[in-house]
Design a protein around this ligand. Structure first.
Ligand code: NAP
Ligand code: GLV
Length: 326
């Protein structure tokens, strides 16, 4: 396999990269920032394998420019950066990294929920601004998490892991997915229609993939259904929320607060009105960023890449239809 050329679009944790290097001719992009699209296009011409990140746009044009490409391996569970239909049309399997990041991402979604509800970043800014003069009966009061109602939209791996954490806080859990009714009940949650979930929840946490169907899933109509005391948490993808509508809802106190790990675009421009709001906590897409989990994601991405180069079925493939066509 050593004749196979593989481009890796960023430095990965060393054990994974070393393993890949033993099996192919590696080209690793060692800049801090992702390669430009033009560079990807130029490299594509000679590649057998591409190990990419969610920051890399892998579209039909790029795939068409890669006549020898045997595999695209994304180091992420989400794959909205890849035109999977175009890859399938060319018979190229696409791999992702589900499961290994589920618990870490759920930990972080819950951390974001707690930080937003209890106004932790705001309280730290309060100290740094020299405003802490005394204990006060009402200053920096937040919302209780225990006993509150949590609405989970997208009840897959991460949504279910968030529900397990919420159960420990004695929360009532409502869920909305297209096909979750049985496993929702089995998890002690209540499956319901989207509008009912939005109207009843104190916290709404998003765990959907970004697809044509879910783009701007939460817009002005959905935000208007939420309680004025409700908090929106997004660790899914920025594009799932209409950010202009969210800004207006937060500014007008139509909802209480939001905690966002993901934005559209990323990075969020410093001029974004969302960054002017005290009731909006924005973090730089780090929900899966634990040392152990990132190492596992890198190994999984290497497993997919190596399997693709060998012509074997990828351990985690998002377009398994490529195998039935063979
Ligand atoms: P998953 O197991 O596939 O769960 C996604 C869930 O969304 C499924 O239960 C699916 O169920 C539901 N869904 C899809 N389309 C829907 C629709 N139109 N309406 C309602 N529900 C819908 O994926 P996961 O591993 O939990 O990951 C979820 C997403 O989290 C990823 O795609 C990624 O974008 C994001 N993520 C972000 C980070 C981060 O660092 N912030 C880390 C990991 C993952 P049905 O098909 O039954 O509807
Ligand atoms: C991160 O956002 C992922 O999809 O893995």
């Amino acid at each position: 396999m050593s004749q196979h050329k593989v481009f890796v679009t960023r430095e990965l944790p060393a054990p994974a990269l070393d393993r890949l290097a033993r099996h192919c001719e590696l080209d690793v992009w060692d800049d801090f920032l992702p390669p430009d699209y033009a560079i990807l296009l130029q490299k594509a011409q000679s590649l057998s394998g591409l190990l990419c990140l969610l920051t890399d746009r892998i579209d039909a044009r790029l795939l068409a420019a890669a006549p020898h490409l045997k595999v695209v391996s994304n180091m992420a569970v989400g794959y909205d950066n890849i035109d999977v239909a175009a890859a399938s049309a060319r018979g190229i399997p696409v791999g992702n990294t589900p499961g290994v990041l589920t618990e870490t991402t759920a930990d972080f979604a819950f951390a974001l929920l707690m930080a937003t509800a209890r106004r932790i970043p705001e309280a730290q800014r309060y100290i740094h601004a020299g405003r802490w003069q005394t204990w006060h009966p009402t200053v920096l009061s937040g919302r209780d998490i225990h006993g509150a109602c949590l609405g989970i939209i997208g009840f897959g791996r991460i949504g279910q892991a968030v529900a397990r954490r919420a159960a420990g806080f004695g929360m009532r859990i409502l869920t909305h997915s297209r096909s979750d009714r049985e496993h929702s009940r089995a998890a002690g949650a209540e499956p319901c229609e989207l509008d009912d979930l939005l109207e009843q929840s104190d916290f709404v946490s998003l765990h959907l993939p970004l697809t044509h169907e879910t783009r701007q899933f939460i817009g002005a109509r959905e935000l208007a259904l939420m309680k004025p005391t409700a908090i929106l948490i997004n660790t899914a993808r920025g594009g799932v929320v209409d950010q202009t509508a969210l800004y207006e809802a937060l500014r007008d106190k139509a909802i209480l607060a939001a905690g966002l790990d993901v934005t559209d675009p990323e990075p969020i421009p410093l001029s974004s009105p969302l960054l002017t709001l005290e009731n909006c906590l924005v973090l730089p897409h780090i929900a899966s960023a634990s040392v152990a989990t990132r190492a596992k994601m890198a190994q999984m991405a290497v497993d997919n890449c190596l399997a693709g180069l060998r012509g074997e079925r990828l351990p985690t493939c998002v377009n398994a239809e490529v195998y039935s066509k063979r």
